[in-house]
Each structure stands twice: as C-alpha cells, then as structure tokens.
Design a protein around this ligand. Structure first.
Ligand code: NAP
Length: 248
C-alpha cells in the first residue's frame, strides 16, 4: 500500500523546482496530481507524461496563483476532472530581491500577490471540498527567510512570514473538521530560484549550513509527503524547517 493511494493532490507551481519534485514524489506514492504553472507550457506537458507513466491521473493547468478568480476557476476545473481534493500544496512563489531603499512598490506588490495572496486564494477554495470530506491536508511553502529574515529580501521575507501566521490561523479554524494546515520552511534548495545566489556567494551560504550541503528539491518533497499523508495525522499548525540546520 502506497502512502497516498488514490488521494487527489493539487500543487501550485509544479513545472519546475520544488513543486515538480513534490508532484513526482506524490505520484510515486499513488496520488493523482493536478498541478499549475504560469508559463512553462512544455515542461508542464512533459510532467503530465512523467506522472501518468507512474500509473496515476495527472493534469497541468495554466493558472496564475496571484489571481483570486483564477483560483476559483482552477478549483472548479480540478473538481470536475478529479472529483475531489484531498491535499493542497501552495508552492508557487517568486523572489524579487532588492535592498529596501531600492525596492519599488510594484516589486513589493508583485511578491506579496504571488507568494502570500496566492496562499489565501487557493486555500479558501479547497477547504470547501475538504470540509465535505471531513479530511484534508494543506501544505504551504514558507522559507527559512520568513523565520529569520534576510537583508535584501524584505518583501520575500514578509510574504513568507505571513504564510506562517496564515498557516497557524487556518489550522486553528479548521482543525475541528479534521483538516490540517502546516508550512514547510526550506533553506537553500538548488533550483532556478537560487541559481543566481549560488554563482554569487555559495561559500557564504554553505558556512551557515551544518549539514554542509545545499538542499535538493527531493529533500523538500520528502517533508511534503510526510505532511500530506496519515503519518502526520496529529500534526497541524506547524512549520517544518528543511534547511540542513541553517535555522538552528
Ligand atoms: P522555481 O524553481 O523558481 O519554480 C517556481 C515555480 O512556481 C514554477 O513552476 C513557476 O511556473 C511557478 N510560478 C511562479 N509564479 C507563479 C504564479 N503566479 N502562478 C502559478 N505558478 C507560478 O522555485 P522553487 O525554488 O522551486 O520554489 C518553490 C517554492 O519554495 C516557492 O514558494 C519558494 O519561495 C519556496 N522556497 C524555495 C527555496 C529555494 O531555496 N529554492 C527556499 C525556500 C522557499 P513557471 O515555470 O510557469 O514559471
């Protein structure tokens, strides 16, 4: 028996990086996967094929996580195509790093909408089918930067800290319906998002990581699997750091 046999998961931003790794991990464990992307059409189609080859139903939807109406449409489409939603992973996110003195109002808004409002948008939609099922697991991608802060990332850090407050509050609101809501705070994970940092100051970051290596998307996917499945059935409102000890 696989850990997510016949569960239906919706994952935002799975065309690349951490979201893609979560989609593959969930499908390997028997989940049917609905996922979103913003512009990576070819990668989305390739992921659909990769997941379907694992014997599960898989479909990619082009849907802007920052757009409330799009979240409504997406949820209706996924319910029509998959019948229900058991697990929701709010993973889509962006970074627009800049010192506060140079950070423009547009950059601030862009980060807040893509990273924080997006979590509100979809969570609000998926709790309805979950309430009907009297079960569900919501997993939100925060960051070690949301826990500790980081110079040059005030908007990103604020959005990721906001996710932690949102996660705790939602966990308190819907725990009685057997819906769990947790966050993951990854450290430095090797994806497109961190590629430029790696070129710039890899040693500086490495010094802060007790386990002595950057994380891989699969490290985060393993944590997401734990929070999605029944192994964590008594865990809610928590933020799980997956950072090689960086936040310690
Ligand atoms: P990534 O490699 O840059 O991939 C981002 C994914 O999100 C892509 O699939 C992208 O779609 C999608 N996306 C971006 N904006 C979107 C929008 N408005 N609507 C729908 N999809 C959107 O990022 P990552 O490193 O995997 O990060 C995933 C999550 O983990 C993010 O929330 C990030 O903040 C968080 N995180 C990452 C790290 C790290 O070190 N990498 C650390 C802590 C937290 P397209 O391909 O179509 O553009």
């Amino acid at each position: 028996m696989k850990l997510l046999e016949n569960k239906v998961a919706i994952i935002t931003g799975a065309s690349r990086g951490i979201g893609e790794a979560i989609a593959v991990k969930f499908a390997e464990q028997g989940a049917h996967v609905a996922f979103t992307y913003l512009s990576s059409e070819d990668r989305a189609r390739a992921l659909e094929e990769r997941l379907a080859a694992l014997g599960v139903k898989a479909k990619g939807y082009k849907s802007d996580a920052a757009d409330y109406k799009a979240a409504e449409t997406l949820t209706a489409d996924v319910l029509k195509d998959f019948g229900t939603i058991d697990i929701c992973v709010n993973n889509a996110g962006i970074s627009r790093d800049n010192l506060l003195l140079r950070l423009t109002p547009d950059q601030w808004d862009e980060v807040m909408q893509a990273n924080l409002k997006s979590v509100y948008n979809l969570t609000k939609q998926v709790i309805r089918p979950m309430m009907k099922n009297r079960a569900g697991s919501i997993i939100n991608l925060s960051s070690v930067v949301g826990v500790k802060g980081n110079g040059g990332q005030s908007a990103y850090a604020a959005s990721k800290a906001g996710i932690i407050g949102f996660t705790k509050s939602v966990a308190l609101e819907i725990g009685s319906r057997n819906i769990r809501c947790n966050a993951i705070a990854p450290g430095f994970i090797e994806t497109d998002m961190t590629h430029y940092l790696k070129d710039g100051g890899a040693e500086k970051w490495m010094e802060k990581i007790p386990l002595g290596r950057f994380g891989k998307p699969e490290d985060v996917a393993n944590a997401a699997l734990y929070l999605a499945c029944d192994m964590s059935m008594y865990v809610t409102g928590q933020t799980l750091s997956v950072c090689g000890g960086m936040a310690t």
